[in-house]
Structures are given as C-alpha cells and as structure tokens.
Design a protein around this ligand. Sequence first.
Ligand code: MG
Length: 185
Amino acid sequence: MSSTPAPNPDPALFLDRDGVINIDHGYVGTRDRFEFIPGAREAIAFATAQGWRVFVVTNQSGIARGHYTEADVHALHAWMIAEIAAAGGRIDDIRFCPFHPQAKLEKYRRISDWRKPAPGMILDILRAWNLNPVNALLIGDQTIDLQAAAAAGIRGEKFPGGDLEKFLRPLLWCAGQESVITDTP
Ligand SMILES: [Mg+2]
C-alpha cells in the first residue's frame, strides 16, 4: 500500500531570529552583539513544555556582505541553543540563508528561494520533519516573514515588540486547538 509515512502530529513553531529572539542590532553574527529579546527564552521554554517543536528561520545576508562567516553563525547558534536550553527551551532545528542578490562575496551572490520573503527555509523544515502545515505557526517582526509564511501555506503572526512570552502564550494556546485549525486559510 502507500509508503507515505503518517505526518508528524507535533505543532510547529517557526521563529524569525533578529527582532524576535534577539534584539535586531543589525547584522548580528557574534555573541558580543547578541542580546535576547525580553521573554524570548521563557517563550521558547513555554512552547517546548506545551509540546511544540521550535524552529528558527533567519536571513543572514551579513554573511554575503562579509560582516561575518557561516562558521560564526554556527558558533553563535550553538551558544544561543545552549542558553535557551538552560532556560528549559529546545530549538529543534535552524535554517539560515547566507545569500543576497548583491552580495559582496561572489560565492553568496544569488537569488535564493531560501531568502525570505521566499518560503524555502520553512518548506525545507516542513519536509525534513514531515510536519503538517496546518499545525504550524510562524512569528516574525517584518512583513517578509509573514509573506514567507503565507507562501509556505502556514499561519503567520507579526511580533510587535515587547515581551515575547506575553505575546506568544495566548497564540500557542489557540494554535494547538482544533477550532483554530479550521480557521487556517
Ligand atoms: Mg526579523
């Protein structure tokens, strides 16, 4: 019969990074410039405790522009994941896009379907984790985040700033309910 595996039933939270997890100081590629948004670690710990998978999808054109390297970003994310884990949260997976059409570094100069507002990073995680898009929610601070969510066929909500845990808690309570799934476009 069909060999298609049953979809992973876990609800999936996609977080933009700059402006959602950390304050967007512009091209944050190293720990010294990384400052957590108030309530960010607590928000992720709450999501984890509620049974959500948590993913990060972030444009990092600072790599294309030569401000920092892919290795810098990997190191920063390893530290970020450990800090979040210390608060009780789990980041299940991360995708970042190093490309930019006008990159200073030729290696990274291209139009990429991973670069938001394109949905490539989200689609890659949905596929890799065999997730059901109706159980997914993306939080971003910019229009391009919501455009990427829409293009991937998942719900998106704009984080207006402030305390991420306060913002996220009611959304997660709702998004895990059947009644909201039927409202998903
Ligand atoms: Mg952002």
